[in-house]
Ligand binder design. Sequence first.
Ligand code: PA5
Length: 354
Amino acid sequence: MRIDLDNVKALRELDSAGMLEAAWNLPEQCAQAWSLAQDPPLPQIADWRHLLVTGLGGSAIGGDLLRVFAADKLGIPVLVNRDYTLPWFVNRETLVFAVSYSGNTEETLSAYGAARERGTTVVAITTGGELGRRAADDGVPVVRIPTGIQPRAATGYLFIPMLGILERLGLLFGMEAEVTGVSAHLRELRGRYGPETPARDNPAKQLAANLQHRLPVIWGATGTTEVVAQRWKGQFNENAKAPAYWNVFPELNHNEVVGFEQPEDLLGRIWLIVLRDEQDHPRVRLRMKVTREMVKKAAGWTEVDSSGPTGLARVYSLIYLGDYASMYLAALAGIDPGPVQVIDFLKNELAKHE
Ligand code: PA5
């Protein structure tokens, strides 16, 4: 049953997994995630040549956030691995974050085993599960994060500990101020995006209403909003149980933009959301403008600007808007944003075949 987005009681009743509450608590989650990273004893090594984050879905996107955030701060490259196996170069000189909210994701467990065999330094981030058990047995440092929410609602727990660990290892600096800045900005934003704020003043509710019965296609920009575009896509999929797609400027100008001639009925249902940031390359900004003129007759177009005092706060400002908009889009279709039965089914089916 379709929910009126200003009916807060109905929104909460539909939300069996407490997704709205988890989103509201994201600023506090970020602060707590920083503290949790201060606990585990760490190895005293400092000559890593690469950093690899291995995980899937909601547990992998923190790796992408780190890859983009650290690109101009970390002296070593960051690679995100969403697979059972590891790239050939991974060796004793690789620092590996094995990230799994449940601790039971088979691809991550397999990659963890491979990382151990290759003699890498591993740090696990998990609520427990099999990964927690194996890491404890292996003497691997574990950042233990709280259980009880969906992995995609744990984006603070699954990303921010990496900043804390990297600072403790002497690889990043000034991260506590970064995290404090994110929390403070999200506290301001939740007053605008949260369920109590009526649709007339709430950009997240307005965006959801705009996307109803449409196919969201989210376009970010490499190096600034690329991970947010990917995150929005995943949130529309998992929260609203709806298809969504993403791409980035400038790459999309070299292929995707050509595909706006037909079929007209399908194109008419597409709504492009362009994510913008003050650090976007000036030529990318120009590309956005020119592209708009090229596609505006075929598909809808909305531009969304990041906000906030730092690069990381700006990224989280957009993540937060997408999180709320995807939950409201679910509500507009009468869909519970929390459970992801399709993923659970797949994991159960796979578990039957060792
Ligand atoms: O959002 C989800 O539930 C998924 O994308 C999971 O994060 C993914 O299946 C991996 O599971 P986990 O995060 O427990 O390792």
